[in-house]
Write a protein that binds this ligand. Structure first.
Ligand SMILES: [Zn+2]
Length: 422
């Protein structure tokens, strides 16, 4: 782990990745804020960090994490303290986690509960999305209250019977979120199709973990994306698709973008690194790590998502960080439906995309910064405080040695606090 709180320092001789491209400049940090970017900064009494042969990019922003979230009678195994320590050690200086409304309870109860879990425990700055699972007149009104609390993004589900909302409720949420200037993030899988597919798997009698992907057909993702695109057109509300997994889903998003729909695509390292062949070859302890929803898809989807990452059709790389220990997963050894879904990732995203994208696939360092920090900051109301190297921005700065495997140092703003977003 190589990281340090950024108070006062000059970062010298680096290649800065700024909004106007590469700049060979020095960067001055004062009181945790970037105060100057110039070709040669002279200032007495300030520490100097030599970034020769290094890229200097904005600290990573992971907008999709689930720390200590309750799932199927257990909790994801990273607390906010443990998870944010992992983030920092891997070059990520900000996360946005999801507070989940429980059916029958209010949005503000969820918001307060998550603030309690995270405040005074996080090691990096954090924000919250609010998942809406119970659409009532009261919860729609509460969206105003959440905006006042700095929550600008609202997650909706079209799958999971305990979480999903109907299309007409989704439209009501989108109209309200549009009115207040926020964004809807969407878990796109058609729950009816999943239930039907699961019924067929159960009828087949094979409940081993290999059956997990069969219960999540690609068509369910595509159908849910089509629906939310239609509702986005109807409401004018921007929409962000979380953990996009399929080639066909990406094609729908590309098409919608061409037609002027304000839609953003997020994928995660697991969908780039692996494909569904892993479900055939591993033993339970390895294989159960890949129980996630949506599941890994075929090699064509894997390559299409890489193409999207390289071309700009995929807007954001986040992680869906939601780890469980092997003991937690073991309960589903005979019945995959009992395995809590999710995997680790917050600490390895920056490294993965650098090694596999920048070094191996010719991803430009500018796109790297865009996917991991700038686009997330712009989409979720953190820009220009975060996600950019600019005078006045927080000094969350990641320094990466050029031309070798990910070797980094992170300067980050200060001990973490809640971010009131705009
Ligand atoms: Zn998630």
């Amino acid at each position: 782990m190589r990281c340090k709180k950024s108070r006062n320092i000059i970062i010298r001789n680096g290649t800065l990745i700024t909004e106007s491209g590469k700049q060979e400049c020095d960067l001055l940090v004062e009181d945790g804020i970037i105060s100057d970017i110039s070709p040669e900064i002279i200032k007495k009494g300030v520490d100097v960090f030599d970034a020769i042969d290094c890229y200097v990019v904005p600290g990573g922003i992971d907008v999709h994490t689930h720390m200590e979230i309750p799932v199927m009678g257990t909790f994801s195994s990273d607390s906010f303290a443990e998870g944010t320590k992992k983030a920092i050690s891997g070059g990520t200086s900000t996360i946005i986690d999801f507070a989940n409304q429980e059916k029958g309870k209010s949005l503000s109860e969820a918001y307060k509960l998550w603030r309690k879990k995270a405040d005074n425990h996080v090691f990096c700055d954090y924000g919250l999305h609010l998942s809406i699972t119970d659409v009532t007149t009261e919860s729609l009104h509460e969206i105003d209250e959440m905006i006042a609390c700095g929550v600008t993004s609202f997650k909706t589900f079209s799958a999971y019977d305990r979480m999903r909302i109907s299309s007409d409720d989704l439209l009501r949420v989108m109209k309200k979120v549009k009115e207040v200037g926020g964004i809807v993030t969407h878990h796109a899988e058609n729950g009816d199709m999943l239930n039907e597919a699961l019924g067929r798997v159960v009828a087949s009698g094979d409940l081993s973990v290999k059956s997990h992907p069969l219960a999540h057909p690609v068509l369910a993702e595509v159908d849910a994306i089509k629906t939310v695109i239609r509702l986005s057109k109807e409401s004018g509300c921007p929409v962000y698709i979380v953990h996009l997994s399929s080639k066909e889903g990406l094609a729908e998003i590309i098409n919608a973008k061409k037609n002027g729909v304000k839609i953003f695509a997020e994928t995660c390292p697991q969908y780039l690194a692996y494909n569904d062949s892993v479900y055939l070859v591993h033993d339970f302890s390895n294989l159960s790590k890949f129980v996630m929803s949506p599941p890994l898809r075929d090699g064509k989807s894997q390559e299409a998502l890489w193409d999207g990452v390289l071309s700009g059709d995929v807007d954001v790389l986040a992680t869906d960080h939601c780890p469980f220990t092997i003991e937690q997963r073991r309960v589903g050894e005979k019945d995959f439906r009992l395995i809590p879904n999710g995997m680790d990732g917050v600490g390895t995203r920056m490294e993965y995309l650098y090694n596999e994208g920048v070094l191996k696939r010719g991803l430009s360092i500018e796109r790297y910064a865009e996917l991991t920090a700038t686009a997330p900051a712009r989409i979720f109301g953190l820009y220009p405080k975060k996600g950019v190297l600019k005078v006045g921005s927080d000094a969350d700065i990641l320094i990466i040695k050029k031309n070798i495997k990910f070797n980094h140092k992170l300067f980050y703003h200060e001990k973490g606090k809640y971010l009131h977003r705009l």
